[in-house]
Design a protein around this ligand. Structure first.
Ligand code: Q9C
Ligand code: ZN
Length: 364
């Protein structure tokens, strides 16, 4: 299997996020992607491919072009008013602030502009952020190109991730929604419906929002219940799509402590829905923050579950464009991705490089 990687992700390296009102070291760090690259490079079954440039048009197709232009100049904008080493908003556009007062305008102030586009405090902008975020989209679209060229599966090592960014905002460590860009591009180029399966711990509120009114893109997500988990404001089971998109959104919120068996049962529900939907390609938003040792999530999955999840997703019999999202326990992140992808290929888990148990059966 090819995996697509760009060293440009290293340009996005903020050191602090504001969580629960306090500054903490970033969880979304460059070492995540480096660890995954190392794990795949050490396995003969994977071959690295570099991305090709796809330009900005596929991004403008799913995001407000004004936000894309903003992100291009956001760092310079910040520097006109602040010498602080990373740009984080302090005043964020709340929908109730202008209730009954008509549309809001993009502010002239750099800090106001940042709060207009960014919805939280955990997604700092640094000098290389835009170039890294653009490269992540090129990685995603190159992965999709490989599948369109005939490969049954390819994996895009995207960083920064994307699934929290809706059409007109960014946050959740995300800037451009890579999976959504790929899904939209596939719909346009194949004229077929496309299903998205999101197995990151967090609900992909951005992806859901982008396709919520669309019948030609199915969004299926398994995630920590928003009653307790980020992003809080989306991901409930009763969000099923709107207008033409009614019925084309499936949320499966899961309890704290969710283990391998409960997760796999929920996965089977999601896969049934995808099977019943048209199309020949599935875009996977792959997060490994469902792992039991993840520092910012509360599921209890083991490394051996990832092989089985990959195997079951592949058993759909559809081509897969697999896009990296979250996963923050860096020591086991590469190994967990490698097992997931080996499960897809039906190769043995090969636990030689890795850790924990074997609750799920060895492969063929
Ligand atoms: N107190 C992805 O996994 N932190 N983004 C939530 C709430 C932000 C995760 C903590 C989580 C964003 C791609
Ligand atoms: Zn996540």
């Amino acid at each position: 299997m090819h995996f697509v990687y760009s060293p440009k992700h290293l340009l996005h390296n903020p050191d602090t996020e504001i969580q629960e009102g306090v500054p903490l070291p970033m969880f979304e760090v460059p070492q995540r992607a480096e660890r995954i690259r190392q794990a795949l490079e050490a396995d003969d079954g994977f071959e690295l491919a570099l991305p090709t440039e796809h330009g900005v048009a596929p991004i403008d197709a799913v995001h407000d072009p004004a936000m894309v232009r903003y992100l291009e100049t956001a760092w310079r904008d910040w520097r006109t008013m602040s010498t602080n080493p990373q740009a984080v908003p302090d005043t964020i556009l709340h929908p109730a602030l202008r209730e009954g007062m008509g549309p809001v305008r993009q502010p002239a102030s750099p800090l106001g502009r940042l709060g207009y586009w960014c919805f939280e405090t955990m997604t700092p902008i640094v000098p290389g952020t835009y170039d890294a975020a653009r490269a992540a989209v090129d990685v995603a679209l190159t992965t999709s190109d490989l599948v369109l060229a005939g490969e049954s599966t390819a994996y895009g090592l995207c960083r920064p991730p994307g699934h929290h960014s809706p059409h007109s905002a960014f946050g959740g460590y995300c800037f451009f929604n890579c999976a959504a860009v790929v899904a939209e591009d596939l719909v346009r180029s194949t004229q077929e419906p496309v299903a998205i399966l999101d197995v990151d711990y967090h609900h992909g509120n951005g992806t859901q929002q982008i396709f919520y009114g669309r019948a030609d893109v199915l969004y299926v997500s398994l995630h920590g219940d928003p009653d307790r988990a980020y992003p809080y404001f989306a991901g409930h089971a009763d969000e099923t799509g709107a207008g033409a998109g009614a019925g084309a959104n499936l949320n499966i919120p899961l309890a704290s402590g969710c283990d391998d068996a409960s997760y796999l049962a929920a996965l089977d529900r999601g896969l049934e829905r995808i099977s019943a939907f048209g199309g020949t390609i599935v875009v996977v938003s792959l997060g490994l923050d469902t792992y039991g040792q993840d520092p910012i999530a509360d599921f209890a999955l083991t490394s051996s579950a990832y092989w089985e999840i990959g195997r079951r997703v592949a058993s759909l019999g559809r081509r897969l464009v697999i896009i990296q999202e979250g996963g923050y326990f860096v020591p086991h992140l590469g190994e967990n991705v490698r097992r997931w992808l080996r499960g897809v290929e039906g190769r043995t888990p090969d636990i030689s490089g890795g850790q924990p148990t074997n609750r799920w059966p060895a492969g063929p």
